[in-house]
Design a binder for this molecule. Structure first.
Ligand code: HPA
Length: 359
């Protein structure tokens, strides 16, 4: 492993381990100043000393030039899934050295947040990242937006890929893993969902307290990615209590009636049958919302040691609970209707999380 900070760098050399964008087009050896700016390095070093850092010390220290936010063993043997992820990581790092604190995944109809509430400094289309899964769903833009919400550095996914598009689950979770590798210590997952809880109506916003993953493939199946986390991660508290508190606090300040509940992911793309919905309602204390995303991402983020939070926009009553058939248009219309309140809640939550937590 090499670190190029302050060293002569021959661009014709192997550049595998470069952190930051190498000058691939340079003709002559150049003086390299890669690595995070010294003030960031100093701040993170200090934070890692001060707090029990879930990620371990940032790994760009000691000359090991690998992504800063790995929860596991950076020197573990690689696997094809990790190799692909690392290629995507390098591809993004060639474009930007932006270090996000919080990552955000915008679900169906909620993409306007990236346009309206983020002071963008850079965007990268998914199609520009080699090997990166690209969404085929109408209304999903398909790009990363890097920027600030207030003074909190964020990376936002405007559009995600779903299992029903035919991608393997390891591809579906690649983007959230990548965002934690880029530096995000907390990931906020959002979605549109069908409501099962009889007290929910379309437009309700639900903070996810737990999930049911039994109907979708587990993203950790296959050789464990030791760089990211442990083989058998505990899932008794996937959704981070500190984030739940901060988001609930933000909602209270807005006088928003935020509900809490259990979310189940099914593969889709067909909506559920009324019998399936009745079955979900009888599970445990009863599933409150159902959708086609989020859970596999939450598992992958939790495995990788970053904090997770999930918010559902209840866009419709689940199958059998209303007289009208379900349509994707209804999902989008409700998301449009509550979009403004949802965006306000996200903005306030991100500011609160950025101010209160060392990530
Ligand atoms: N079921 C599954 N996914 C959904 C629904 C639903 O009712 N509404 C929005 N996404």
């Amino acid at each position: 492993m090499k670190i190029f900070k302050g060293k002569k760098f021959d661009p014709k050399e192997e550049v595998q381990d470069v952190y930051g964008p190498p000058p691939f087009d340079a003709e002559e050896p150049v003086e390299c100043v890669y690595g995070p700016p010294p003030d960031v390095e100093e701040r993170i070093r200090k934070e890692a000393e001060e707090v029990q850092c879930v990620y371990g010390p940032p790994s760009w220290f000691g000359g090991v030039n690998i992504p800063p936010r790995l929860n596991g063993d950076p020197n573990a043997p690689t696997t094809p899934v990790y190799d692909k992820l690392y290629e995507c990581y390098k591809s993004v790092r060639r474009r930007t050295d932006f270090i996000p604190k919080i990552a955000l995944v915008l679900g169906s109809g909620l993409g306007a947040f990236a346009d309206e509430n983020v002071k963008a400094v850079d965007t990268i289309d998914y199609s520009e990242i080699e090997g990166f899964p690209v969404s085929t769903v109408p209304g999903h833009k398909g790009r990363f937006v890097f920027g600030y919400v207030g003074d909190v550095p964020v990376v936002v996914m405007q559009g995600r890929v779903h299992l029903y598009e035919g991608y393997p689950v390891t591809d579906v979770v690649l983007p959230v893993r990548l965002m934690t590798m880029l530096g995000a210590g907390a990931v906020i997952l959002t979605n549109a969902a069908g409501g099962l809880n009889p007290s929910f109506s379309p437009g309700t916003i639900m903070l996810i307290s737990d999930h049911v993953s039994s109907f979708v493939p587990n993203p950790l199946i296959g050789p464990n990615i030791d760089q990211l986390g442990t083989r058998f991660p505990d899932m008794s508290q996937v959704y981070d209590p500190a984030l739940l508190d901060l988001v609930s606090g933000a909602a209270a300040e807005m006088q928003m009636y935020l509900r809490t509940g259990v979310y189940a992911q099914l593969t889709g793309p067909s909506f559920e049958t009324p019998s399936e919905i009745r079955m979900l309602r009888q599970f445990g204390e009863g599933v409150d919302a159902v959708g086609m995303s989020t859970v596999v991402e939450a598992i992958a983020v939790h495995h990788a040691g970053a904090r997770v939070c999930g918010l559902s926009c209840i866009s419709n009553l689940a199958a059998g609970l209303s007289d009208t058939p379900l349509t994707h248009e209804e999902v989008q219309q409700t998301a449009d209707r509550v979009g403004f309140a949802f965006r306000m809640l996200l903005e306030r939550s991100i500011k609160a999380i950025g101010a209160d937590l060392i990530l």
